[in-house]
Design a protein around this ligand. Structure first.
Ligand code: ADE
Length: 237
């Protein structure tokens, strides 16, 4: 699977060299291309933003550098459609969830467009949609300074679901959100630590009892912390 990222802060993505995703890249399971949007500017100041039509605070990202970036990454605007999926990271997008991550992990190529300031001129997404599939995706209901951290979080969540990235695929199914519930608590040795003992059921070797305990703990935790995840559940706030 290949990720391309267009950003004015390519150095943000250095963290993708480390840990599991870094190894997956070195193993050739994941490919990553990080592109500086300013490479597609032509003025002395390498300008990427301008004042908004209609007034208001803040700046809007200009369409021209984005247009050239997409021509370079998806092919010429009058060429054949691209099979890449283009994701614009924006707090105004659909929420990023584990089930969306699972769907996205089946793509062969995703291009992330990281907006800054008050976002990207709206014609850019409209134009890209004429030759590629486009999704506007939000990391959550809060505002970041730009889409870079959002893209990075999404790449990590999607990338680890790509076969071959996480060594033991079993570990992927036993996590929070994979079955719609929060994960049960986990323990390791020693049996007693600072006076706190690991629950007895986990030490007894009865797998059915362990499964039942974990399920009950997951349900209890979800009910307490995230009742909104349960059918008919209320918001925790
Ligand atoms: N850019 C700024 N805030 C964002 C968010 N919550 N999700 C995605 N991109 C963003």
């Amino acid at each position: 699977m290949r990720f391309d990222i267009v950003t004015i802060f390519p150095e943000f993505f250095g963290v993708l060299d480390v840990s599991l995703l870094g190894r997956a890249r070195r193993d050739g399971v994941l490919e990553l291309g990080v592109h500086d949007l300013r490479e597609w500017t032509h003025d002395r100041h390498r300008t990427v933003d301008d004042t908004p039509y209609g007034g208001g605070a803040g700046m809007v990202m200009k369409p021209e550098p984005w247009g050239e970036a997409f021509d370079a990454l998806l092919g010429p605007e009058d060429g054949p459609p691209s099979d890449a999926l283009v994701i614009f990271t924006t707090p105004a997008g659909v929420p990023f969830t584990q089930s969306l991550a699972r769907e996205l992990a089946t793509e062969s190529r995703i291009v992330f467009a990281c907006g800054r300031y008050e976002g990207i001129d709206a014609r850019v997404a409209e134009h890209v949609a004429t030759r590629a599939r486009v999704l506007e995706v939000s990391l959550g209901d809060y505002v970041l300074n730009g889409g870079e951290v959002a893209a990075m979080a999404m790449i990590e969540a999607i990338g680890r679901l790509v076969p071959g990235v996480v060594g033991n695929p079993e570990s992927l199914v036993e996590e929070s959100h994979e079955d719609g519930l929060l994960e049960h608590p986990s323990y390791t040795k020693p049996r007693v630590w600072r006076g706190l003992e690991v629950p007895e059921v986990l030490r007894g070797g009865n797998h059915a009892a362990v499964d039942a305990w974990r399920r009950a703990e997951a349900l209890e935790r979800t009910r307490r912390v995230r009742p909104d995840l349960l059918p008919g559940g209320d918001s925790p706030l």
